[in-house]
Design a protein around this ligand. Structure first.
Ligand code: HEM
Length: 421
């Protein structure tokens, strides 16, 4: 049960990483983050780590204070100029010329955030989801029908990446044959190990430049054409975005590419891995396809594809008894809040008919809550429906290879075999 600790717990990190320095990617690669966060939730749900590789930061590990922080965007800023929305946002290890982050509306405060979000939001209305759903079902079915039977294959590559990449290509009306470039760019853009590595930073910049050049060509091609429903066309023709400088334009594209890629991809892999781990729950789902919508939410909760978002205090503040100073980094650990024992019974288990699965914070909370959440839910639901329609089951063959990151929480490779039930 989470308790509200009154005193700030300060931990000093010197040579060895402190166990509560959860920026350490090893704990995610080795899948041993669960007891560390459970200990924090039980003893000091809000605590401060000092001297980590990314400087000092606050760990916020339960639902209530995360929602509190996200509900006060003027006090707890997302602004890229203050470090942005990831723990590793300062880029201090890099040469000066590479330290400038690309701005995008996830890393902006009001009022700029409001206008830019409004531009892309109409691409994700229930009506748009309805329009896209037939196509998503058809493509998902086709991918499943092409998978090998009785032979191991990499689920991440063949299903999760392929489905999410196809979806993005459709959203942007991106040239189909080049769609895997979206995956490549997203991987280079979002991996903290790469972002902060001075050795690989120039290679990363080259990939980002290639992406910028590619999208600039698409922009130039569409700018004189009438508005179409794809996201690029919407951005080009919107008041909030049409005069955007190139840097911000690229930043927003990167946001949408990462937003729609790493996240839904890792939910789809989490589905395969998680149901294999909880065969009793899988049996429930196989017996009753009515449970699919709720199962999708529960898998998103259990997987939590983005482990955290970060805010920076714009002023001194008080947070449930803790003194927060201006410029303090606040790390909102969704991965932990989604295992908050005061909200979810048996939080480490998948329970596909859990009655409050929807209360997860995997999409965040408040003004920045994920704008693509409906699309992600739709894609996951359709994958489960198409699997059920074919009576297909995924059997995981060996432990997956995981992403070494405290941000994207997911799988690089997972060998599986399909069977029929
Ligand atoms: C399961 C899949 C997904 C998860 C777990 C996820 C998670 C998140 C989270 C945690 C945030 C930040 C919320 C906050 O700061 O409070 C966010 C924002 C965002 N997401 Fe997603 N996301 C997913 C799918 C998508 C998809 C499919 C797209 C678009 C194609 C997308 C686009 C965005 C954008 C543009 C934002 C910025 C919103 C803003 O700042 O107003 N996401 N997402």
């Amino acid at each position: 049960m989470a308790t509200a600790a009154e005193d700030t717990v300060e931990t000093v990190v010197s040579a060895a990483p402190h166990p509560w320095d959860v920026s350490n990617p090893d704990i995610y690669v080795e899948d041993r983050w669960q007891p560390i966060f459970a200990e924090m939730r039980a003893t000091a749900p809000i605590n401060k780590v000092t001297g980590s590789a990314f400087g000092d930061y606050w760990n916020i590990t339960t639902q209530k204070p995360i929602q509190h922080v996200e509900a006060l965007p003027d006090i707890y800023s997302s602004d890229v100029e203050r470090g942005g929305i990831t723990l590793f946002g300062e880029l201090e290890n890099l040469p000066k010329e590479l330290q400038r982050q690309t701005p995008s509306f996830i890393a902006m405060d009001r009022p700029e955030h409001t206008g830019q979000r409004r531009t892309v939001a109409p691409a994700f209305t229930p009506g748009e989801m309805e329009r896209l759903s037939g196509d998503i079902s058809r493509r998902t079915g086709q991918i499943l029908d092409d998978l090998p039977r009785g032979e191991a294959f990499d689920w991440v590559d063949r299903v999760s990446i392929e489905l999410t990449t196809q979806m993005l290509a459709i959203l942007f009306d991106f040239p189909w044959e080049d769609r895997r470039k979206l995956t490549l760019w997203s991987d280079w853009a979002s991996d903290p190990a790469i972002i902060n590595d001075p050795e690989r930073a120039y290679e990363r910049r080259d990939h980002m430049r290639e992406m910028a050049a590619y999208f600039t060509d698409l922009w130039n091609d569409r700018v004189d054409k009438p508005e179409a429903p794809d996201l690029l066309s919407r951005m080009i023709h919107s008041d909030a975005m049409k005069d955007m400088d190139r840097f911000t334009f690229i930043g927003n594209l990167t946001l949408l590419i990462i937003g729609g890629n790493d996240t839904t991809r890792n939910t789809m892999s989490g589905y395969a891995y998680g149901l294999d781990k909880f065969p009793g729950e899988r049996a429930k789902l196989e017996a009753d396809p009515e449970l699919i919508a709720n199962a999708g939410q529960e898998i998103i909760r259990w997987q939590t594809p983005l482990a955290h978002m970060r805010r920076t205090a714009t002023q001194d503040a008080e947070l449930f008894g803790h003194r927060i100073a201006e410029d303090d980094k606040m790390v909102l650990w969704y991965i932990s809040a989604n295992r908050d024992e005061s909200v979810f019974d048996r939080p480490d288990d998948i329970v596909i008919d859990r009655d409050n699965a929807r209360r997860h914070l995997a999409f965040g909370y408040g003004i920045h809550r994920c704008v693509g959440a409906r699309l992600a839910e739709l894609q996951v639901r359709i994958l489960l429906e198409e699997m059920a329609a074919r009576r297909l089951r995924v059997n995981v063959a060996g432990e997956p290879e995981r992403v070494p990151s405290c941000f994207v929480h997911g799988y690089k490779r997972m060998m599986v075999e399909l069977s029929e039930y």
